[in-house]
Structure formats: structure tokens, C-alpha cells
Design a protein around this ligand. Structure first.
Ligand code: UD1
Length: 366
């Protein structure tokens, strides 16, 4: 048996490990262990995804919780090391670009345990983003770089990564979306919030660049005020955003926007149904840019850059930054029928995890 330790920690990791764990089991030749770092711990950010996606309970939960970047990363490392020293797997698989990703990759690499990075090679070229640092460092120490889009291959080659470490496998997040889209259709989230298909906007916002500065957040809220007079906005709020809105004294402003609803973060199936039936999604998330591309729903990304350029060249995504003026201009364009595409990114076909599993059971993955 090939022994693999799969790491997850934060919300966007769960939909990536779900198809991997299933595909590993399917081979009959891989014994996988799930280690949850505990980076995200609120049930709405964590447990609901395990239930919705039927991911087996983690074998280990490191329960690190929140902290500064250094404190959180260090604590994950400190608690992960003894787990690896005891199990000594053949591989550690890390996904995405969160603090849990780099922390666990670093521990494994120092113990001479091979690391595979799923979603390797993505680059925003913006080192003010904590995720960009996590991506660069994780790729630099990984032994197997599993790439989701063509730009990832080019970025890794430019950074001098040897060809035999790079595998273009497709997008595991899209595996999950395809597998659960029909089930998500049964969610009653639209009725719960009194929404009609294609007549509302969905918002998610949690990047430090958008929610940590009062001026930026206020400008974004100005845009939401205008949009919410046109169509209802549903904005399931990330805990970081909730805290910042309170700390900046912006609660009253948010409450005054009658067309804006701000429920707690939603589970996977409810959120997928919500996106699938929306008129437009406004977001600063990475994964949502990819999901809307496959759903064919226009996506306005409230950032200056994206590490997922295929969602622009082949998908429904467009960058509009964070100024009210730019958001409203892009919104107006979408309402008048702009931004449509019917091209699907290469290998975003629901079979990425299967390809990855095959690599591990091939005679010589390294
Ligand atoms: C993290 C990831 C980000 C990802 C996001 C998805 C890093 C550097 N960032 O950002 O890439 O897009 O997850 O959600 O890893 N909190 C809670 N409950 C929780 C988790 C967090 O209340 O279950 C609050 C805490 O106050 C915490 C803050 O949210 O301090 C931020 O959490 P953290 O895990 O540090 O980063 P995210 O902003 O969630």
C-alpha cells in the first residue's frame, strides 16, 4: 500500500480534498489519512462541508485555531511534526494556498517526506497577498506539482522547476462541483431568502486587501448600495469581514441597506445552488472565479489581479478592482449582456482527482 497523508485546514481546502480522498480509496492501493489543522473551526466554515461533501471524519485534528500568520503557521508546524514522525507516510498531499498548506509542506519536506501540491503554479504576482507567499514557497519545496490550468505550467517552468515534477491534471474543485450540482439543486436556499432565479446578486468578500481598510470597504459598500436598489444582494459574511465591519463602526451602514442580506457563511450545497441561479457573483475569492466559470454565471472579481487567468480567457470572470465606480461600470456591462463565454478550461472535466490518484499508483511517480 502507498501511504498518503492529506492535509486540510481552511474552508476552500475541503472541496479539494473530498474528491482526492475518494479517488485514493477507489484505487484500492492507497491508504490515506486526513489531517485537519483546525485553521477553520466554526461549524459554518468547517463541519458543514464534511457533511455536505461526505468527507470522512479527519483522523487527526490539530485544533490550532486562529492567530497571526506567524503564530498560526508555527503552531501548525509544531503540532504536525509529531504526527508525521510517527506515521512516516510515503507522501504528504497539500492543496491550495492557505497557511495550513505551507506549514505542513515545510514540515514534511524537512523530514524528507515527499510533498505533492495540488493547485500548483498559480501566481497573482502580488506578494502583498499572503496566499502568493504560500504558493511560491509551497511550490519551491514540493516534489510533485499538480497543476490545474496552463498558466501554472508556464509559471513553474519560468521559476526553473524541472519538467518531471510537473503534471497537468485539471481542477479538483470542479470535480466536486460537477459531482454535487444536481444534489445542490434540491437546496431550498432561494425560498429561505425569498429570491427568484437570475434576479439577484451574490457577494463574498474576505481578502485583507478589501476588508481590512475602512476606505476600501466603504467604497465597496457604496457600490453595493446602488446595486441593491436594482436587485437583491445576498452576502453570506465571512467571520473576518463581520469582525472588521464591527471594528470599523460600519454595522449601521450595512444594516441601512435594505436590499442587502448578510446571512452566516453557507454550506457547500446551499452556496452552490445560490451561485448557480444568480444573475451575477461579486467576489474576491479564488475558487469562486473557477466555479462561476463552469456554472456560466458572470463573475466580477473585486481585485486588481488573479492567479487564475484561465477564468478570464475561457470563463466568465472579469477583474474590476475595489472602487465603487469600477464595480458599478462592470455591473452595468453585465446587465446589458456583456461577458459571456462557452469555452471550458482544459481538463476541467470532473476527473482531476482520478488523474492524480493514478499518478501515485503508477510505477514511478518521482
Ligand atoms: C483563510 C486563507 C485564505 C482563504 C480563506 C477562506 C490564509 C492566509 N488565508 O483566510 O486564503 O481564502 O481562509 O475562508 O490561510 N475566524 C473565525 N472562525 C473560523 C475561522 C476564522 O471566526 O472558523 C476568524 C478569526 O477571527 C480569524 C479570522 O477569521 O482571525 C481570519 O481567519 P484565518 O484563518 O486567519 O484567515 P481567513 O481570512 O479565513
Amino acid at each position: 500500500m502507498i501511504r498518503i497523508t492529506c492535509v486540510c485546514g481552511a474552508r476552500p481546502n475541503f472541496m479539494k480534498i473530498a474528491p482526492l480522498v475518494a479517488a485514493f480509496r477507489e484505487t484500492g492501493r492507497i491508504e490515506s489519512q486526513i489531517v485537519h489543522t483546525g485553521q477553520h473551526y466554526d461549524p459554518a466554515m468547517n463541519k458543514v462541508f464534511f457533511e455536505n461533501l461526505r468527507i470522512p471524519e479527519p483522523d487527526v485534528n490539530l485544533e490550532v485555531g486562529s492567530g497571526s500568520h506567524a503564530a498560526q503557521t508555527a503552531e501548525i508546524m509544531r503540532r504536525f511534526e509529531p504526527i508525521l514522525m510517527e506515521r512516516r507516510p510515503d507522501w504528504v498531499v497539500v492543496v491550495g494556498d492557505v497557511n495550513s498548506t505551507i506549514a505542513c509542506a515545510l514540515v514534511a519536506s524537512k523530514l524528507n517526506i515527499r510533498v505533492a501540491h495540488v493547485e500548483a503554479g498559480l501566481r497573482s504576482f502580488d506578494r502583498s497577498m499572503p496566499e502568493e507567499i504560500n504558493r511560491l514557497l509551497t511550490d519551491a519545496i514540493s516534489d510533485l506539482l499538480l497543476v490545474s490550468e496552463q498558466s501554472g505550467i508556464e509559471n513553474l517552468r519560468r521559476e526553473g522547476v524541472t519538467e518531471n515534477k510537473i503534471r497537468f491534471v485539471g481542477n479538483v474543485m470542479i470535480d466536486t462541483l460537477m459531482q454535487h450540482r444536481t444534489r445542490a439543486g434540491q437546496s431550498s436556499i432561494l425560498e429561505t431568502h425569498g429570491l427568484s432565479p437570475k434576479q439577484y446578486a451574490v457577494v463574498t468578500l474576505h481578502r485583507p486587501s478589501n476588508v481590512d481598510t475602512p476606505e476600501t470597504l466603504a467604497s465597496i459598500l457604496d457600490a453595493f448600495e446602488v446595486i441593491s436598489k436594482d436587485m437583491p444582494i445576498i452576502f453570506p459574511m465571512h467571520p473576518r469581514t463581520v469582525k472588521n465591519i464591527a471594528a470599523m463602526g460600519l454595522d449601521a451602514r450595512v444594516e441601512s441597506l435594505t436590499g442587502l442580506k448578510t446571512p452566516e457563511p453557507l454550506g457547500y450545497l446551499d452556496f452552490l445552488k445560490l451561485m448557480d441561479n444568480s444573475c451575477v457573483v461579486l467576489t474576491d475569492s479564488g475558487g469562486i472565479q473557477e466555479e462561476t466559470t463552469i456554472l456560466g454565471v458572470p463573475c466580477l472579481t473585486l481585485r486588481e489581479n488573479t492567479e487564475r487567468p484561465v477564468t478570464i480567457t475561457h470563463g466568465t470572470n472579469r477583474l474590476c478592482g475595489s472602487s465603487a465606480q469600477a464595480i458599478l461600470a462592470a455591473f452595468a456591462e453585465i446587465k446589458s449582456g456583456g461577458v459571456q463565454t462557452d469555452r471550458t478550461p482544459e481538463l476541467w472535466d470532473g476527473r482531476a482527482a482520478e488523474r492524480i490518484a493514478r499518478i501515485f499508483v503508477e510505477p514511478s511517480p518521482d
